[in-house]
Write a protein that binds this ligand. Structure first.
Ligand code: FCA
Length: 333
């Protein structure tokens, strides 16, 4: 609590102090204001992106405005609001990738710079907007890592590829989600798991309750399966599936589930009694929060344009190494 308070106080004080040193003019005139808009501010992943953006603010001396944008209306009014405050640009994880053209047009109308993070904008033609600067994960490769890790652990336990079931919690509306689960499926196939053992559970939203519902529907159809592998687009999708499996009596000995993010499963991995949630691909919230806003800052302040497309990697964390890796990566203290 005290640390949080200290962080809040620093966030207010540091930008003014920092720009006193570098700007030359009055502090208010020299400070660049930047926005960071995220679709699900309640998700630990996005809270960490913000926390790393806060660090960049403290180091570089700009003013950061963080806004949660759960829907299209809130997104467009948040951009107007930023413009009214004199912001020079913003980083955004949009609540809907099809808002891309509207967000880009609004940024242009206000002469604001823009970087999309995590979820890539789609144009009116349904294709990624390649002219909008983007930083996201190497979704296919990270999904493949999940598939390989699932297959390796199943093999270690002596599970038979022809008998186990794979529950793939899909969210195909989002390219980065589809690429992740497609990658996992491809790696499982390459490891010898027959396609006929792979079952899809489409979730309505990338959230625990939606994944739980989707998995329950799937499990009703496959009551004969005794050992399950689980993958999905992120930790919450996989956690929902693990909860559904627990509801039907499947414990850690009968489930191997691997998430993506690594930030939304910390409590799960800390549980004294292991659950079916075996591990996660830890993404770099530092790159997504600190690097995006730093690139935006350099672009707005010094005219240094960032690369159009930047991709980040992941690291597998399990119960045996997560505390150490999370601490090394600056996710936990
Ligand atoms: C998407 C997901 C998040 C996170 C991010 C990198 O936005 O919804 O949970 O995985 O990509």
């Amino acid at each position: 609590m005290n640390l949080r308070l200290l962080a809040a106080v620093l966030a207010l004080v540091v930008p003014l102090g920092a720009c006193d040193g570098g700007g030359g003019g009055s502090p208010a005139a020299a400070t660049t204001k930047l926005g960071f808009l995220v679709k699900q501010p309640e998700e630990p992943w996005f809270q960490l992106e913000w926390a790393f953006a806060d660090k960049a603010q403290a180091e570089l001396g700009f003013t950061l405005v963080k806004i949660g944008v759960p829907d299209g209306e809130k997104t467009l009014s948040a951009i107007d609001n930023l413009a009214a405050q004199g912001a020079a640009g913003f980083v955004i994880c949009t609540p809907d990738v099809r808002l891309g053209p509207a967000i880009a047009a609004k940024a242009r109308s206000h002469k604001m710079k823009l970087i999309a993070v995590d979820d890539r904008f789609l144009g009116a033609d349904g294709q990624p907007m390649q002219d909008v600067h983007y930083l996201g994960i190497s979704a296919r490769a990270i999904g493949e890592d999940v598939g390989r890790a699932l297959a390796a652990e199943a093999q270690r336990r002596g599970w038979k590829n022809e008998e186990l079931g794979v529950c793939v919690v899909t969210y195909d509306e989002l390219d980065t989600a589809r690429e992740r689960t497609d990658g996992a499926r491809a790696a499982l196939r390459a490891a010898g798991v027959p396609d006929a053992r792979v079952f899809l559970a489409p979730e309505k939203a990338p959230e625990i309750p939606a994944a739980l519902d989707a998995t329950n529907a799937l499990l009703s159809q496959h009551a004969d399966v005794k050992q399950w592998l689980v993958c999905g687009m992120n930790d919450n999708s996989v956690l929902g599936a693990v909860r559904a499996l627990e509801g039907r009596g499947f414990d850690a000995d009968h489930v191997i589930a691997i998430g993506i993010n690594g930030t939304d499963c910390i409590e799960e991995l800390r549980k004294a009694k292991p659950t079916g949630f075996y591990g996660s691909m830890l993404l770099s919230a530092r790159e997504h929060g600190h690097r995006t806003i730093s690139m935006l800052h350099a672009w707005c302040k010094d005219g240094v344009e960032p690369p159009l497309d930047t991709r980040t990697t992941g690291i597998l964390i399990t119960r045996s190494n997560f505390e150490q890796v999370l601490a090394e990566q600056g996710v936990t203290r």
